[in-house]
Design a protein around this ligand. Sequence first.
Ligand code: NAD
Ligand code: ZN
Length: 367
Amino acid sequence: EEVTVQLGRRSYPVRIGPGLIDGAGAAIAPMTQRKRVAILTDESVAGLHLDRLCRSLDGAGITHAELALPAGEKTKGWPEFSRAVEWLIDEKIERRDLVIALGGGVIGDLAGFAAAVLRRGVRFIQIPTTLLAQVDSSVGGKTGINSASGKNLIGAFHQPTLVLADIDVLKTLPKRDFLSGYGEVMKYGLLGDAKFFGWLEKNGPDLAAGDTALRQYAVAHSVQMKADIVARDETEEGDRALLNLGHTFGHALEAATGYSERLLHGEGVAVGCALAFELSARLGLCSQEEPSRVAAHLAAMGLPSRLRDIPAELPDDESLIRLMGQDKKVRDGKLRFILARGIGKAFVAEDVDMGAVRQVLAESRAA
Ligand code: NAD
Ligand code: ZN
């Protein structure tokens, strides 16, 4: 199965299916004249899936060097980034060579940014290994690292030349990481496809339990939705902002919990989507049934939907609102939210009434 991200000369295919890592060598060989690649990965993923990739590259006569960085969000900062870039230089990776990102969103974002700045831009391939990376971060060309003052504040747009989403690798993903990625899958239904959300309500539990065909459908459909939005608005001048549904709240909650295991990115997005729908209902944009349906689905999947579901002490409303403001989705000092006129009908709302935001937060905290 293949989805194309339509960006003129920079268009690229996203392949989705089982066994794609075993076929990676054959897929990549025609793309590299010198038959040389550098693989960036993390230590956990290296232990699970790197051998398979290396064997496939060997089989295609491609020489490869590998660097495995520590797993986790902390890796997405200057120290590991500079280590990666210096390593690529030591490995004599040139503009006509290829960088491969094998891992989740952390490795994809860091390796993509390293490829963007190395020699002013080297081509790179995404082999996403988490559900979150397959449906979201590997597609669309946003790359970058975190700054001491906030997440993803340093980065570049740099589109990959190929994305291989191997559905099989999701089998080794811990349940909690899988569900975190599911938060982003659900986001696509909520922002623009009510029918897909209905499909998820029906199939979500089986998909989480491991059904490969259902997983492939959900990944391909999510990627198609993201590809369409990115093709319309590559650099987030307009429609691409819809992908931030749940993220203004979500990022504030992630910041409040220190970007730690206490709240994974997709879990924050899940709560954030629920809050965005609550806020929409409170502002009279949709009926109360819509947020109730969102919360019910999250509960059925075992994802958090309210602030009180987050197993950590959260700061007060004013601090949370301040953290929302530090999110980069701020324009002219006004808070921008993605709200919805119902499931599948999200839109960008500027200048949202902060009183309503406070009420929604209070309700979501209360037992
Ligand atoms: P991650 O990369 O940290 O992966 C989560 C954990 O799963 C890690 O410990 C990793 O080692 C492990 N892992 C990865 N694949 C595995 C597998 N197949 N089996 C077992 N374990 C595996 O986190 P993530 O959730 O993939 O990505 C989160 C990051 O993505 C955040 O930094 C976020 O900002 C970023 N992001 C970027 C974009 C974008 O457009 N660029 C979009 C959304 C999120
Ligand atoms: Zn996200």
